[in-house]
Each structure stands twice: as C-alpha cells, then as structure tokens.
Design a protein around this ligand. Sequence first.
Ligand code: F6P
Length: 472
Amino acid sequence: MVNKTIIVSNRLPVKIVEENGEYLLSPSEGGLATGLGSVYKKGNNIWIGWPGIEIPLERQQEVTEKLAALNLIPVFLTPDEINLYYEGFSNEVLWPVFHYMVTYAHFEQVYWDSYQKVNGKFKDVVTAHLNEGDTIWIHDYQLLLLSERIRNIQPHVTIGFFQHIPFPSYEMFRLIPWREELINGMFGADLLGFHTFDDVRHFLSAASRISAAKISDNVITYKDRQLVVEAFPMGIDAGKFENLVHDPVVAEHVISLKETMHNCKVILTIDRLDYSKGILQRLQAYELLLETHPEYADRLSLYMIVVPSRDTVAQYKELKDQIDQLVGNINARFRTLNWLPVHYFYRSFPVEFLSALYSTADICLVTPMRDGMNLVSKEYVASRTDNTGVLILSEMAGASKELNDALIVNPNNIGEVMRAIVEGLNMSVEEQRVRMSVMRGIVRKFDIYLWVKNFMDKLEEVKHMQESLLTK
Ligand code: F6P
C-alpha cells in the first residue's frame, strides 16, 4: 500500500448545492483548495471535511459516492452540530477571541460539548481511512482537538496542523474556559504552523503558561514527545492570477467595467462578511474623504464586494444591516445624477470578474481589524502585471509582514486611512511601479506551492528529529 496524505478541514474544497432536489458539486475558488489541489488530487491522497450543507441520512450514500470520485470524504453534520459546533463554538467563541473581539464571544457549555463531539466525529472518519505510514494535515481552528484525539489511538502517526487565523495573545486566549483542553488538543500534532512569527510567539507564550509542557525555542516537549511550532506565511497561486489577466473573458469584463466607472478612479474592497474585516471603519474613512475633499466628487468610486458568510449567526446579520445603512447614507448624501460614490454588492463573483476588478482598480483597500493573512491583498498584487496600482494594507493583517511596500495603516485610525487613500490617489506612476514590482516579486516567489512544500518538508524533518531522539 502506497503511503498517502490525508488533508482534513472543516469544509471540503467543493460545496454541495441543491438544485431542484439534485445535489450538485460546485468547486470552491478558495486559495487553500487551489493550493492543496496539487496534494489531494495526487495518487491515493484524500481530503476529509464537511460538504457545507445538511444532507439527510437517506441521501448520504449518494453524496459520499459523488465525492469519492474526487478523492473527497464527507463528514456529515446534523443541524444541531452545525448550530453548536460550527456557528457556536467555532464562530462565536474561537473566532471572536482569536480576532481580539472578545465582546462578541459567548462561552456556552453546550457549544463546547458539541465541539468536542464533532472533533471526535472527524477523528472517527480520519482513523477509518488511515493506514500505517500515512501523513495527516489538519487545517484550522474548527479542529483544534483533532490531533490529540487521533494520537490517542495512533501514537506514532504523522500529524501536521496549520491555523489560518491569528493566534491571540495569552491575555485573550486565557479568557476561554476550556483553554487547557484546547492547547493540549493542539499538542497532538508533530508540527504546528501559523502565518506569522507573532502567532507563533503568542502560541508559545500561552502554551508555557497554561500547560505542563517544557518549551525551548520553538520546540515543545509534552508527554515525552517533541513537537515544533513554526511560521509558514501562506501564499496564493500567483501564476493563476497573472495568467487570468490575459484571459479574453477577463479582458471583456475590464472593458465594460471601465465604461461603467466612466473616468472615475476605482478603489476596490473585497471581503467575506465579517466584523473582523473592518468594513464599517473603511466606509467611515471613505465618507470622511468625501466630506473633507469635495474636489474628489465625481472623480472616484468605491467598488465594494461583500461575500455572504455565516449569515445565520446573529452578529453577522447585524453587521450586514449596519453596512447596508452606512452605504445608503453615503450614497444618499453625496451622489449626483451621474455619479455613485459606492458601488456595493452583497454576493460572490466568479474569479474572472474578480481578476478584471483587480486589473481595473487604482487602489485596493484592505483594512481588516485583524486577519490571519489576507489573500485578497496578494491576489491584487499578483494581478498587477504592469506594476501599477496602490495597495493600502492594515498592519493587523498577516500579509503586512511581507508586503512592506503597501501603504500600511492602522484600521482604527479613520483619519490615517483617509490620508492613505489621498496619498494613493496622488502617487506617481514611478513610485507605484517601484512598490508594486517589489511586492509582486514576493507574492510570485512565496506562492501556495512553495508554502505546501515548505510545510511538508518541515513535517518530515520533525519526524526524523523525533526518531533520532528515540534511538539515542
Ligand atoms: O480562514 C478562516 C476560515 O474560517 C476558514 O477555515 C474557512 O474555510 C473560511 O474562513 C470561510 O469560513 P466559513 O467556512 O465559516 O464559511
């Protein structure tokens, strides 16, 4: 039997959509799906995760067979589990605390009970497909307990874990009533990866204060096992975004976008609906700009895409209402018969249209309050094949550690964001080219394929280190 890699994440890289009673598979455009496509589509590798909607018991076999053809293995969640494990513990406890928005957190015991149960459910599916010599790569905060659960059954198995969202400072993390269980759950991995050194530092600090583990540099010794914690800043499929620029469909979109936007400069923002993304604050900065710089009326537009997400969670619904209201106010206050200050869309778009937007936008405004990495900023950079354009980037996004040539802002400082927009609008093409070409070089070199390779190579190195320690 050839050894395989098992990728595990809360969601599978394809969505199941129901149309007239039929289940259809729709490929996900996410960066992770593209990058890991090179892994799970190879040989007998597989990807285990939730297909994204509730599938009734009597149709689970049909869905399992459809997915099996793509090397995908489903974990089916009941409505209660979706409510308590996914919306509850994952998105109303871990998400707000890890993004420093603790007032949004609800520390409910039923959420925790369900989180443990569903991590156990994932463990059952993983172990049912696990053979000796296989490598398991677990992704993200929804599955913090999974490594330990698997290791309890298979003590020598190889497990990598990567967290796609920030790891908060100890003072935040300690607020969670189940902090010790979470840390111990993560210790089940051999290699723990985060986007930035700050995340690594925060994790090591929490681990040293909460657990009985011994920590030396980035090596943790726990229950006679050694595991390593390291930063792996995630990249994108830069080549794909560069090539898209030359796609005829994209070129057509660019032409019609330019017609729609007349001679306005375009400021682009694209986010999932989330309070961590700073969408309201960004709108306030734009409103301040229109207020204090009337000379820009008619000359620029904010093109704002908000992708629907988690809209069954109360805080997300509320945010959606606030955004709708603020956009309405700005447009009502500043618009003219021929000019709309904010073009706002609450929907997702195909990648060809996004590519056209990246090509058209004079400025890309990425100002999250907190973000693990933020791949939109990298997609914008990769799409600027003529090296023009200005990226305004929050210092709270992991990407700001790599893309130093962006205009870096504190998203809480509305005046600073406004001034950065003005600076971007007035930046000379020469300066744009200098900054953008440096950033493009970085995004192209440290792409998603190198990210996968670096993580997998390190995991292998850690296993060798463990083995050599055992034979000493
Ligand atoms: O990167 C963070 C993350 O939560 C991923 O785990 C997830 O796939 C993505 O954002 C979208 O979130 P959700 O799966 O809750 O729609």
